[in-house]
Design a protein around this ligand. Sequence first.
Ligand code: PMP
Length: 360
Amino acid sequence: MSELRLREDLSAIPDYKPGKATAHTAPEVPVYKVSSNENPYPPLPSVASAIADRITLVNRYPETAATALTSMLCARFDVTPANVVLGSGSVEVVSQLMRATAGEGDEVIFAWRSFEAYPMLVRAAGATPVAVALTTDHRHDLDAMREAITDRTRLIIVCNPNNPTGTTIGAEELTAFLDAVPGDITVVIDEAYVHFNERADSPSGIEYFRRYANVAVAHTFSKAYGLAGLRIGYAIAPERLANALRKVAIPFGVTDLAQAAAVASLHAEEELSARVADLVTERERVVAAFLAAGIALPETQANFVWVPFGDATTAAAELLERHGLLVRPFAGEGFRVTIAEREANDLLVALAPELAALVS
Ligand code: PMP
């Protein structure tokens, strides 16, 4: 039998590994999935009913223009509909940006370690990933990213706050960086975790979109708004770029249910912000417990904590898993744990001294 002929360059993309089940966990232990930076709160009643109201319409294709949501986003950011592009999660928006700017032989620069999907999506677009190591304190090395620019560079991704380290970029360093990037290279600021960022001198991606003609911003409803399962995100982009993104977008990729939930969430901003504030308070509680136990951490401004445990990472993840906490380990580097429901955070706090013993 002959083998199917697939694109050979796809062999460079590792197989996707979903978060695993509960191999090391005793069945009587409650299990908390703290591996995907999800929001632990269920949808608000107003959001759930906006979704339910649309259920009887699912025999129809979604409204591609997403008029209601687009006009709310335009009012919020003072942009025009020509600047707004929706996607099936911001991961699709990032993928659109790659497919619209980079093809075979072109390069896409991003920090590493960062969002795991970046190198996979770059390769899927047929382009070449250029991963620039983080600084030793787990931050974007913007100088090295600038030095990595070649005449093949088409897109640069700046992830602020960065996944999985939670570290942020200051306004001054971002300005210096963007001043140095040639104007024909697109820079996307991925702000998936922006709502959790309390750093005083943090740049607002939208302000940078206004100031630089080559800057786009990617936002999601998955994290602060708690709609990860509905898959909806958006880009705010210069008009010409936005137009190109629409060309490569999946047709009907954003459902009416997702659009309605997003609109209802924007209407419920106050309640959702209170939830975000709670998660930030919980984050600080967990961080304080880790620091008190003697565990060194980079400052996180996201809804997760990065614990750089090096060689002890796998042992730490197994210990946490035995207690029902399913974290995201990167062997030899560290693990990322999401700030979740109070019981999960309590467990983390209680286990901090045991974790510290693994590295002392
Ligand atoms: N960007 C970053 C930095 C992320 O961590 C994630 C999700 N983990 C995304 C984008 C994509 O989120 P979604 O597709 O759910 O909007």
